[in-house]
Design a protein around this ligand. Structure first.
Ligand SMILES: Nc1ncnc2c1ncn2[C@@H]1O[C@H](COP(=O)(O)OP(=O)(O)O)[C@@H](O)[C@H]1O
Ligand SMILES: [Mg+2]
Length: 360
């Protein structure tokens, strides 16, 4: 759109301008000062709102956009003709997002035409949203740093109470005494785990070198804990983790957290009862840990949502962070966490981890 148009005689490439306009990956049209259409590119002919060029050229914009569309467009067009400034906006039509530009075409300082440019930015926007999601996770890291500080006091309190209860139970009969000792060990172990998790969450950004986990042992210890949880009272658990699996390159506490998050989700999805299966195998230096349940599964329209931070279908009890954090933990160690398609109904999540050389 030069300031001085070439006459056909001077134009060394006749018709090239029009061909270029048709080649652009955007849809555009141009109106003159009487709002008659003078350009309608080939993109503009396609799609559900497209119309063939021969039906459109030379006609008034109102006839083409319809009264509503015209009413919405007119003020902006007027502004461009009056001010000679580009006007931009973003609009949503159907499921797609468009960036609209109304660009003045000037000749000898006067705006003779306006170019209306529609760029489909749906994918670009989706990418931006993913970046925002990862920013939110970074923010979460900072939040955890604050929480870590606050949480160490109550943890110390809980550990102290467990000790006190155990010493009270010293004088109780044998079985109670034994049970109290068992619970004390459990609480001690879990308090220590919380402390380690909180500490290591502080630097998830810095992958620690050389940590490795015995998958079978971690799964067994996560399940021992969940076994006592009321949500698991109607859940049958089948765990088939080969004992000779190589170690996985991840901190055992992180893996335990991932397994706990997936198992807790599965139990919640099967509140009426069902079966939770854990299986693992090693292929090509990768360990696959599958967590399967017999609940209703994840509806197709939610598949792309569930890993987003704060996405939950259970706002009363969920935080929507379980899967987001679990995924960032394994990804931080070169692995992945994904929802897998399944023939039968039910949830199916796969944790992929790098296999270490030796068992821990
Ligand atoms: N095993 C599963 N079966 C069905 N839906 C699931 C399963 N696991 C996760 N989801 C869905 O993913 C959402 C996000 O999970 P998560 O990040 O753990 O957050 P929360 O558990 O707090 O809701 C859940 O609210 C649920 O809708
Ligand atoms: Mg959860």
């Amino acid at each position: 759109m030069g300031r001085t148009a070439l006459s056909p005689k001077d134009d060394p490439h006749p018709g090239l301008g029009a061909a270029v306009i048709d080649a652009l990956p955007i849809s555009l049209y141009v109106v003159d000062r009487k709002l008659k259409l003078v350009v309608w590119n080939s993109r503009r002919e396609q799609g559900p709102l497209g119309r063939p060029r021969h039906e459109v050229l030379g006609r008034h914009l109102r006839d083409i956009l319809g009264p509503r569309g015209f009413k919405a467009t007119l003020p902006t067009l007027k502004r461009v003709f009056e001010t000679g400034q580009i006007q931009e906006e973003t609009v949503e039509t159907g499921a797609r997002l468009f960036h609209l530009r109304r660009i003045p075409v000037k000749r000898d300082q006067t705006v003779t035409h306006v170019l209306c440019w529609f760029e489909d930015i749906t994918e670009q926007k989706a990418l931006e949203m993913r970046v925002i999601a990862s920013d939110r996770l970074a923010f979460l890291g900072q939040l955890v740093a604050g929480v870590a500080h606050e949480i160490s006091n109550p943890l110390a309190g809980i550990a102290g109470c467990a000790e006190a209860l155990a010493s009270i139970a010293m004088h109780a009969p044998g079985k109670t005494h034994r049970e109290a000792r068992e619970f004390r060990e459990l609480i001690r172990g879990e308090v220590a785990r919380c402390e380690r998790i909180v500490r290591s969450l502080l630097d998830t950004a810095r992958p620690s070198q050389g940590s490795s986990a015995d998958v079978a042992a971690v799964v067994a210890s996560a399940l021992r804990l969940l076994d006592r949880h009321p949500a698991f009272s109607r859940v049958r658990v089948i765990s088939r983790i080969p004992a000779d699996l190589p170690a996985a390159k991840i901190e055992p506490d992180f893996l335990k957290q991932v397994v706990t998050a997936l198992a807790a989700n599965a139990a919640r999805a099967m509140s009426g009862g069902g079966t939770l299966s854990l299986r693992a195998a090693c292929r090509n230096d990768e360990i696959h840990l599958d967590v399967l349940d017999t609940g209703p599964g994840v509806p197709p329209e939610l598949r792309s949502q569930i890993f987003k931070p704060y996405f939950t279908t259970n706002p009363e009890r969920g935080t929507g962070l379980g899967l987001a954090i679990a995924r960032s933990l394994v990804r931080g160690r070169g692995g992945d966490l994904a929802l897998r398609p399944r023939q039968r109904p039910g949830g199916s999540f796969r944790v992929t981890l790098k296999a270490g050389a030796n068992r821990p």
